[in-house]
Ligand binder design. Structure first.
Ligand code: NI
Length: 202
């Protein structure tokens, strides 16, 4: 008898607990954050940075032109140079229409990437590139707007000297003449494919 009573009590408790949990889930989903379906992609937004000539530029300075945006850092050993080379090639493939597109490189390493350093770096990929850097806060804000993640990590080089590098997102973004997101290209997308996509939107 005692066991039976106990099992009824336990069963009753479980039903009550599950019911409570279910009610909690329903309440949470009802009051949880609503998914925004405005149709606008949540990539891109305002930024205020400094270009390779030392001039302050904002996203608004690019209105009327398309932006092909990539975030990285000039000390990057492989990913950044490879991707910037691809972007440069894509614009060459595009032909005369490329004049409507500004390739933009935004540094995630403001500590080392002065405007002059960024300028010297982007020159390696042609004379069309705008290289941007800024204060750590300004760079972080730009990265956040583009959903770009990055993290600095320390390491010791072959001679035992401490140095740092930066892990970062490797997506290139195509923004329209109003600064709105159109498309993105994952790392290593062939130049011809990028050119074809650009051609479709220009
Ligand atoms: Ni890189």
């Amino acid at each position: 008898m005692r066991w039976r009573l106990l099992s009824i009590v336990v069963f009753g408790f479980l039903v009550g607990a599950l019911g409570g949990a279910a009610a909690l889930i329903i309440t949470q989903s009802a009051s949880g954050p609503q998914v925004k379906t405005s149709g606008k992609a949540l990539i891109g937004g305002p930024f205020t940075l400094v270009d390779q000539t030392g001039k302050t530029v904002t996203d608004k300075d690019f209105r009327g032109r398309y932006m092909l945006v990539f975030f990285g850092f000039t000390h990057c050993p492989d990913v950044c140079p490879a991707e910037l080379q691809i972007m440069s090639q894509a614009l060459t493939d595009l032909g005369p229409k490329a004049s409507e597109v500004v390739p933009v490189f935004i540094s995630l390493d403001p500590e080392r990437d002065t405007p002059a350093a960024v300028g010297a770096y982007v020159k390696n990929f042609g004379d069309k590139f705008v290289g941007l850097t800024g204060s750590p806060e300004a760079v972080a804000a730009a990265a956040k707007a583009y959903r770009v993640t990055f993290s600095k990590f320390e390491y010791k080089d072959n001679s035992g000297k401490s140095d740092y590098s930066i892990d970062h997102s490797t997506i290139a973004y195509l923004m329209d003449k109003n600064g709105e997101y159109i498309a993105h290209f994952s790392y290593g997308t062939p130049a011809a494919e990028i050119a074809e996509t650009l051609r479709r939107y220009l």
